[in-house]
Design a binder for this molecule. Structure first.
Ligand code: ZN
Length: 204
């Protein structure tokens, strides 16, 4: 067995940085979950594997885990329906004492892309992104693409609350696609996201 595990070292590094920012964690009791895409907007798609279905199933699993942990959960969609981006960010701004977590699966041409990444836009979303990313990597052992800044509408326009967008792996990557088609793997993803949220809340 390796004494030095790069993965656990990375986790400590990320959480070490996040702990320094712990005073920036704001109290919350509500999690707004935003499963990406829906209806005619399939998102990333290979064959019959659609991002919209994977995102909704994963979000439902996160919802169950967070409710068990005593948190209130609002879903921007809980069915296969199309929700405009401005309605999603409006939901992100509707509640106080809340955080906003958008759930997606990734795609790249050629299929070589792999791993998980978490995006934030406003600085108050950074620490939440770092917690979710660290626990997601720990739980799934997927490659760590890191915490990144981006200007996606739902995290740019959700200004009231910390807001992040999680990319849970590549539909375009045959190995990751095979894993994400199993409920067991989507449960692991959901556990990573939920554990990251709960740990972030405890850091307050
Ligand atoms: Zn997406």
């Amino acid at each position: 067995m390796n004494v030095f595990s790069p993965r656990s070292f990375l986790l400590k590094l990320i959480l070490g940085a996040a702990f320094l920012l712990a005073p920036l964690v704001q109290a919350f009791d509500t999690v707004i979950l935003d499963p990406g895409h829906g209806d005619f907007d399939r998102g990333a798609a290979i064959g019959y594997v659609y991002e919209k279905h994977l995102a909704l199933d994963t979000a439902r699993r996160v919802e169950q885990l967070l409710r068990k942990a005593g948190l209130k959960v609002i879903m921007t969609r809980s069915r296969d329906v199309f929700i405009p981006l401005q309605d999603r960010s409006a939901a992100g701004n509707r509640y106080g004492n809340a955080i906003f977590v958008s759930i997606h699966y990734n795609y790249n041409r050629g299929g070589s892309g792999s791993g998980v990444e978490t995006f934030y836009h406003h600085s108050k979303g950074y620490t939440l992104a770092a917690y979710i990313q660290a626990y997601l990597v720990q739980r799934t052992h997927m490659s760590n693409r890191g915490v990144k800044h981006a200007s996606f509408h739902v995290i740019r326009k959700t200004e009231r609350n910390p807001a992040v967008l999680v990319e849970c792996g590549f539909v375009s990557n045959p190995t990751e696609r095979a894993r994400m088609m199993t409920g067991e793997f989507r449960s692991k993803i959901a556990e990573g996201i939920a554990q990251g949220i709960v740990a972030y809340r405890k850091a307050k």
